[in-house]
Design a protein around this ligand. Structure first.
Ligand code: ADP
Ligand code: ZN
Ligand code: MG
Length: 528
């Protein structure tokens, strides 16, 4: 199979996502009063409504509707004041009612959009934009406007078709087969605690063009949902799940190809890698003259391939019709405005504020808000009158060292030994040239390992950087006097030899000389 970069030269990928989020922060289920609790003993949170017993009547959960409206407002959707619930009929033991309550053609939230700022390596997958000047637009998407090229990448404008309300099914456990699969199982167990959990599904327009764009869309959406507090958004535990739809078309053509759908991608990496694989697989099929079938596929990260799950069912198969037990749902302007007033600061707004309040670049501000934890951490660092000059080095510390550490070590920031006070103290030591940048990295590592303050670490490890000009001049003079041959070589134009002098000075100062000062002093004295 060809590599993704190669495939994308000839083909354009068209991607749309369907994202499910469980409203885990609510107390009760979507249509009954049963408690929402992850990990409770099986079938302890059930009642006639969520078990679908005859005659039981559902009542919509108003708090859940507030959550979906918050999600819609946060993603620039129009809020529909008049919408309805529908029945999606299917027979499977995970839903005792034999239908799922969902929404029809008009959902609570319609016609939204999000802008994705894409920079660095992630922007590289968009090969059609290479060479375009800043501010210029690329190829228009099929439905969304387009993309805008920026200083360090581009902005992708992604349309959102809708966000609708539905309910989760129960959880099945297949026993006796391999790896919990149904094939070969002797029997299956079902837990209805999850049945009826409020779920919102967001459907994007087919506006995404690369696996990176899909990954970044999910990350951004997760940050928004976390900010508005509607879900714990755990991809591991399944409270945030994503299906990736993808098709190919020849570069330059405008129609849509036949898509396949990758189900339940449970991490950002799987979403990216699964789509990348599927794009390459489809290209191979098409280039060999084959055809793509509209089917649902499963990405297997260990085998690194996708396999067919089933041929896609259509709306007719579900015999969708308006739910007779629930009246159409009306929202008033006043109520919607009340929800809007509860919107907290969203990640994009936070990034704008960071850039203007602390004089940070758009890039730094954007990456500080990539994670809620790091954004809050940075803000605590800058609180209580921290010198504005430290904002940039603090941002670098958070975006680079800290984020890399947290990623690599699976550590929760507010349970780590790295506190805002220690971050500020570390950056101050660097700004005052008390320690070198190399020593700064060692101090950072030592804080994490030894749970001590930067000053203590510097003291204990004898790291203090010598920035006393008198002491440095004395060492520089001695080194110059001891190496006349090298001095002559420098004066003949071999300026690179300055590295040798720096090394000699550092050796004499046992690594504690301020390298910047040593360099400056040497350069001055050698050209005297
Ligand atoms: P389905 O009826 O199969 O569920 P939808 O039209 O509801 O399809 O779209 C589901 C998702 O697939 C949406 O995110 C949409 O943007 C995306 N999509 C639709 N058609 C295509 C296509 N040809 N290629 C890629 N994605 C597509
Ligand atoms: Zn119930
Ligand atoms: Mg659909």
């Amino acid at each position: 199979m060809k590599k993704l970069e190669e495939v994308l030269r000839d083909w354009e990928a068209v991607i749309g996502l369907e994202v499910h989020a469980e409203l885990t922060t609510l107390n009760t289920k979507m249509f009954c009063g049963c408690k929402l609790e992850f990990g409770a003993a099986p079938n302890t949170h059930t009642c006639p409504v969520c078990l679908g017993l005859p005659g039981a009547l559902p009542v919509p959960n108003k708090a859940a509707i507030e959550s979906i409206v918050l999600a819609g407002l946060a993603t620039n959707c129009d809020i529909e004041k008049h919408s309805m619930f529908y029945r999606k009929n299917y027979m499977y033991p995970d839903m005792a009612k034999n239908f799922q309550t969902t929404q029809g053609p008009i959902a609570f939230c319609m016609r939204g959009h999000l802008d994705l700022d894409i920079d660095g390596k992630a922007a590289g997958e968009r090969i059609d934009l290479a060479g375009l000047a800043v501010g210029e637009s690329g190829e228009p998407g099929s439905t969304a406007e387009n993309v805008t090229v920026t200083e360090d990448g581009y902005i992708a404008h992604v349309g959102i078709e809708r966000i609708h309300m539905e309910e989760d099914a129960g959880k099945m456990v297949h026993v006796g087969g391999g790896e919990g699969r149904i094939a070969g199982a002797t029997h299956s167990l079902v837990d209805y605690n999850r049945a009826g959990t409020p779920l919102i599904e967001l459907v994007t327009q087919p506006d995404l063009r690369t696996p990176e764009e899909a990954r970044l869309f999910m990350q951004k959406l997760r940050q928004i949902y976390l900010a508005i507090g509607i879900s714990d958004c755990s991809m591991e535990e399944g409270s945030l799940r994503c299906d990736g739809n993808v098709s190919l078309r020849r570069r330059g053509s405008k129609g849509l190809g036949t898509k396949t759908e990758l189900k339940n991608m449970n991490s950002f990496k799987n979403l990216h890698d699964g789509l990348a694989y599927e794009i390459c697989r489809q290209a191979e099929v098409l280039e060999e003259g084959g055809i793509i079938y509209q089917e649902t596929r499963h990405w297997d990260p260990s085998k690194k391939r996708t396999i067919v799950m089933r041929v896609k069912e259509t709306a007719d198969d579900y015999r969708l019709f308006p739910e007779p037990d629930l009246a159409p749902y009306d929202l008033t302007d006043e109520w919607i405005e009340g929800v809007r007033a509860k919107l907290p600061e969203l990640p994009d707004q936070k990034a704008k504020r960071f850039a203007s309040d602390f004089g940070l670049s758009a890039y730094d501000a954007r990456h500080l808000v990539d994670h809620r934890e790091t954004a809050a951490f940075f803000e605590s660092c800058m609180a209580n009158g921290t010198d504005a000059k430290l904002a940039k080095p603090l941002a670098n510390l958070v975006i680079n060292d800290l984020s890399a550490y947290l990623n690599a070590n699976d550590v929760v920031l507010d349970q780590s030994p790295f506190t805002p006070e220690r971050a500020v103290a570390l950056v101050k030591l660097l700004a005052e040239d008390a320690i070198s940048s190399k020593q700064g990295k060692q101090v950072f590592a030592a804080i994490m390992e030894e749970d001590k303050d930067p000053a203590t670490i510097v003291e204990e490890k004898g790291m203090k950087q010598v920035s006393d000009t008198g002491a440095i001049e004395a060492v520089v003079d001695a080194v110059i006097a001891a190496n006349p041959k090298e001095v002559a070589s420098y004066k003949e134009g071999n300026t690179k030899i300055i590295g040798f002098f720096v090394g000699q000075c550092m050796k004499q100062m046992r690594g504690q000389g301020n390298p910047k000062l040593i360099n400056q002093t040497l350069a001055k004295k050698l050209s005297e």
